[in-house]
Design a protein around this ligand. Structure first.
Ligand code: AHM
Ligand code: MG
Length: 336
């Protein structure tokens, strides 16, 4: 009976990834071990976020991070937990976190072949009002056993072997791609396991939603302004689009992935590179979009082709449904 099978045959994220990796004879289970440590970090942050109101975790920790913002206690905690989990996995050699100015080079005795770039708690300005926040991560693999250097992570996003995010919302959802499709897992709190709930996510080819901080409109360039104008006043007689903007990238991208449409953080006159970080925000989300059948574009090129020169580089980003991003690309092409 199908319903029974559903309840008793649980596809956990570990089982899913082990199945996937077993197709590669050279696989030594290292990726599964690494992922298990990322999952541990996500579970910890999920439980801390849920307790934020209770445990007096909210509020300022009195530290300023390298981006010059005041750090919340939860950011500090999440960062520490992820770093400790990743190092102790024994499978990483370089870590780049939004919260740390310098890359962390793992000590030789604990080294493995993976580099992990991550934003431990993105959208932290939303913590105190209970809006969804998330962790974003991307994974590179170093080829040979040379001494790890920054060059190993200053790689275009298309070189990532996996990427994902975990959203701490009304439920805790982990979305992952290892380069062949995108799958979503939901944490079952009673089991403490992420269970496959969204197999093979495909983004709708065209969407009815656009997502952008319109407060920046006076500083936008021509193509961005024109695209948003078209969303509101379509010239081809199609219905106007809905605006949805949470201001928490993981939540905005998650909705875009499931419902379709566009998410944008464009360049503007004040911030010519936009706001979002290439390595651990733009690349992982672009990797997921492409693997779900969508596109990701910087205004100049395919986002995953971008080569970062510094670990905290920013890039403008337009990502979402295939046809909608085609429209944005055409507007930039027309501008020349
Ligand atoms: P953060 O890393 O400091 O949390 O900033 C990133 C967040 C994203 O989650 C979100 O997409 C964006 O900032 C919102 O920016 P804005 O408030 O300028 O619209
Ligand atoms: Mg961030």
């Amino acid at each position: 009976h199908a319903a029974d099978a559903h309840r008793t045959d649980l596809m956990t994220i570990t089982r899913f990834v082990l199945n996937e990796q077993s197709k590669y004879p050279e696989s030594r289970g290292d990726f599964t071990i690494l992922l298990n440590h990322i999952v541990l970090g996500c579970k910890f942050v999920c439980s801390s976020v849920n307790k934020a109101g209770l445990a007096k975790l909210i509020g300022l920790a009195g530290e300023i991070n390298i981006q010059g913002e005041e750090q919340k206690k939860l950011d500090v905690l999440s960062n520490e937990v992820f770093i400790k989990a990743l190092v102790s996995s024994g499978r990483t050699c370089i870590l780049v976190s939004e919260e740390d100015e310098d890359a962390i080079i793992v000590e030789p005795s604990k080294r493995g072949r993976y580099c992990v770039v991550f934003d431990p708690l993105d959208g932290s300005s939303n913590i105190d009002c209970g809006v969804s926040i998330g962790t974003i991560f991307g994974i590179y693999m170093v080829k040979d056993d040379h001494e790890p250097t920054l060059a190993d992570v200053l790689q275009p996003g298309k070189q990532m072997v996996a990427a994902g995010y975990c959203m701490y919302g009304s439920s805790c959802t982990l979305v992952l791609s290892t380069g062949k499709g995108v799958n979503g897992f939901t944490l079952d709190p009673s089991l403490g396991e992420f269970i496959l709930t969204h197999p093979d996510i495909r983004i709708p080819k065209k969407g009815k939603i656009y997502s952008v901080n319109e407060g920046n409109a006076k500083n936008w360039d021509g193509p961005t302004a024109k695209y948003v104008e078209n969303c509101k006043f379509p010239k081809d007689g199609s219905p106007s689009k809905s605006l949805r903007y949470i201001g928490s990238m993981v939540a905005d991208v998650h909705r875009t992935l499931l419902y379709g449409g566009t998410f944008m953080y464009p360049a503007d006159k004040k911030s010519p590179s936009g706001k979002l970080r290439a390595l651990y925000e733009v690349f992982p989300m672009s990797f997921l979009m492409e693997n779900a059948g969508g596109q990701a574009f910087t205004g100049k090129q395919r986002a995953l082709d971008l080569v970062p020169t510094k670990i905290h580089d920013r890039s403008p980003i337009f990502l979402g449904s295939y046809d909608d991003i085609e429209e944005i690309k055409a507007l930039y092409a027309a501008e020349g």
